[in-house]
Write a protein that binds this ligand. Sequence first.
Ligand code: UDP
Ligand code: MG
Length: 314
Amino acid sequence: MIRLAIVCPCYNEEAVIGHSSERLLDLIGRLSSAGKISADSFVLMVNDGSRDRTWELIRGLHAKDPVHFKGIDLAHNAGHQKAILAGMMTAVRTADAIVTVDVDLQDDIEAIGKMVDAYAEGYDVVYGVKVSRKADPVFKRLTAVAFYRLQRKLGVETVYNHADFRFMSRRVVEELGRYEERNLYLRGIIPMIGYRSTTVDDVISEREAGESKYTVSKMFTLALNGITSFSVKPIYSILTTGLIFVVISICIGIYVIASLISGTAEHGWASLMLSVWFVGGVVLLAIGMIGLYIGRIFIEVKHRPHYHIREELD
Ligand code: UDP
Ligand code: MG
């Protein structure tokens, strides 16, 4: 039977930890009675540099029930993605599989049972996919949809409407540990690892207490990471623009020469007109060429693993 770790990032969450821990403990009890997970499966709370009583509450939970509640305390506010990573890398030492879920439990934790079933059927990754965003504020809903579309256009492979509510087997988390990049965007990396994956429905509910810890600036940083860590298309587009400018300058060149010959051109106009477009085009082309190399360097410095072995016969 698998030992499951439920990893919850917590940033200033004193208002929700009490109730969330009860619900998670109850879930572990039910899943283990049903024979799906072992009785020593546990919750790992990651305190992401909170300034309120979050860490004291986590310590309290661990003191009362050290088997089911574990915790790590990050030295500063490293951010949601890094808090999840820290939790996963700690949990993988003792667990067979890991679920990450926000501690406010807006995600449908009943889906965790279905995730475990999918694992038993041979899936290594199970994504919780939001079936309805009614509980999300309008601003969040609109920006999220626009962002997913933009990502898709730029060729970033992600699971539509999935935020970090996800089940991963131990080997996926171990492979994830081979990614050394600093600008972390888990939703982009996990699909790259490429093991068998499936999805389960995730009905979102409203936050029970406290308020959203994802400020607009944190959302913006995440979105920027989600694009710039995976796509070099924005840099390469400079090159395309440069090419277009050079083509335009040739057309204008023809027009200018025609005006000169027909004698309709003002004195000095022709040379000015030509150089503006031509120089602009050449400069853009040059920047685009440099961009090509920067794009390569950017991919190179990530030191991403070349491959992931799914199975080995020996
Ligand atoms: N969180 C975190 N560090 C941060 C911001 C948020 O660990 O810097 C945690 C937070 O405690 C919660 C999860 O990330 O468990 C998602 O945050 P929140 O629920 O506020 O975001 P929303 O659901 O509004 O997108
Ligand atoms: Mg939330």
